[in-house]
Design a protein around this ligand. Sequence first.
Ligand SMILES: [Zn+2]
Length: 334
Amino acid sequence: MKRREFVGGVFVGGAAWGATAGSFARQNSPPRELSGSAGAEEVVIERPLAGQPHSGKVLAAIQPHADDIPFFAGGTVAKLVSEGYWGCLIRSSNDEKAGDGTVGETILNNEKDNDAVAKALGLSKVVNLEYRNHEMDGISRQEMRERLIYLIRLLKIDTVISYDPWGSYEENPDHYVTAQIVESACWMAGMAKDYPEHFAGGLQPHSVREKYYFARGPQLVNRVVDIAPWIDRKVEANLANKTQGPAGENGARLRARLAAQKLRLPILGNDDDTSNHQYIKQFVLDYDSKHLRGVPSDREIGRKYGLEWAEAFHYIGPSESMLDHYVSEHALPL
Ligand SMILES: [Zn+2]
C-alpha cells in the first residue's frame, strides 16, 4: 500500500465519520441514519467464538500488496483461522515498486515478506498472481476474474476478505481493480455456464457465501470485529512487511535515530524486537494510524463499541430464502 495523506473514514450504521482527531469525538454520538435500506443496516459486533465453529470452511484473504491484509484485516484473518477456517493468501500484484534495491530484489523481498505474512496469520497456502505493481488498471480484468473463479472452485472458497469494491476515494488502481474483480468472481464462480472447461477438468460451480470488505476511504460499515485476542498476531503480520510500508522494522530505526540524538522513547523499550513490536502496536495501529495507514486507529474503532481493539468491514453474507420458510410453515399434503 502506498502511504497517503488521507482523511480516512467509515460509514457506520449509515453514519459517516472522518479520521481526524476531532472526528473521534463524533464517534461517541449515536450513528445518524441515512435514507435507504443500506443506512438502516445494524452494525453487528463479531465477538470471539469458542471452539472451532468454522471447521471445514475455507477462507481466502485477497490483497494486491503484501501489506494490505496485515494493515486492515490482520486481526480478523487471525481470528477466523483460530476459529477453524483453513485459509489461503492470494496476492494479485508483484509489489515491484515498493521497497529499496533493484526491481528484481524488490519483487523477491516482497515475495518473502508475503510468505511471512501468511505464516504469521496462520494461512496455509499462498498464491501470487504477479500482475505488475501500480499497473493493474491496464490488465485484462476478465483474465484475472477467470483465475480467481478457478481458485474459488478449486479450493472451494467460502469466505473472502479483501478491499471494498465500493470504497470511496481510493487512489491506488491495484486496490480498486482487485476489489472489483473479486466481487464479480465471487458470484460468477457459482454459475454453471461460465468457463465450462473447469467442469471438464472435474471442478464444480462454487459461490463465495461471505465477504468482509475493508476500505481506506468512506465506507458503509455493518460489521465490527473484536480483534483484541489477536492484536499481537496482527502486529506480527505487520512486522513481516520489512520491505515496504510503515511497519516492519521501523521501530528499531526510530530508536536508533533517537539514540544518535541522545534521546529515547520509553514506550519503545530497550531492544530492537520490543521497539518494532511497540512501534507497530502503539503508532501504526493506534496513535499515528491516520497518517501511517490512512484509516482510524483500531483502538478508536473498538472504543465506540466497548472493545479494546477492532476492525471495521462492510460484510455481505448469504441471503436467506423467505420462500423456503413460507413453504416449510404453510405447505399442506395434497
Ligand atoms: Zn496496497
